[in-house]
Design a protein. Structure first.
Length: 174
């Protein structure tokens, strides 16, 4: 009488497959993220499935930061592109007001940097107004070299501090 059974090698393979596949359970979906360049040498992850019209949506859809060259309040093409996106977003979401905050790096005097940061913030307000954002929706403040992103001696590093940040104010339902 011959014994009918599973050859040991085949049985071992079946067990290996069964246990190996058992560890392949469906993983929960992770939130979608993308890197938002917060400036040179700075990257943060932000959610891409933010509620439309929310603060998170503003941060994901457009950059809230506009950068400037050293000792300048002039808007270059990259800055204008960023501000065009901000203006388009703000036109779709008129319930928001914005605080436009200007900053400078630590080169120069405290007074000169304060004046420069105010000119930068005014340049952003002027551009946004020129493309349709109502001036009464915008508040402007210059901080000079206060609130540095990074305190460092290298020029490439200091560039992170030469910025304007457009921050949403109020609540979306207001």
């Amino acid at each position: 009488m011959t014994r009918m059974g599973t050859p040991p090698r085949l049985a071992g393979l079946a067990l290996l497959v069964a246990f190996g596949l058992g560890g392949c359970a469906v993983q929960p979906e992770k939130p979608k993220v993308k890197a938002d360049a917060g400036g040179p040498d700075r990257s943060i992850a932000v959610l891409t499935d933010a509620a439309p019209g929310s603060r998170s949506d503003f941060a994901v859809s457009v950059s809230p930061r506009t950068f400037f060259r050293e000792n300048s309040a002039d808007l270059d093409n990259v800055a204008k592109e960023t501000l065009d996106k901000q203006a388009a977003w703000l036109s779709r979401h008129p319930q928001w007001r914005v605080r436009i905050q200007g900053f400078a790096d630590d080169s120069g005097t405290k007074e000169a940097n304060l004046a420069l940061s105010e000119r930068r913030a005014e340049a952003v307000r002027g551009f946004l107004a020129s493309v349709g954002v109502a001036p009464e929706r915008m508040d402007v403040r210059g901080y000079g070299r206060e609130r540095l992103v990074r305190d460092c001696p290298e020029l490439y590093c200091k560039s992170q501090n030469r910025r304007v940040v457009t921050e949403l104010e109020g609540s979306p339902g207001a």
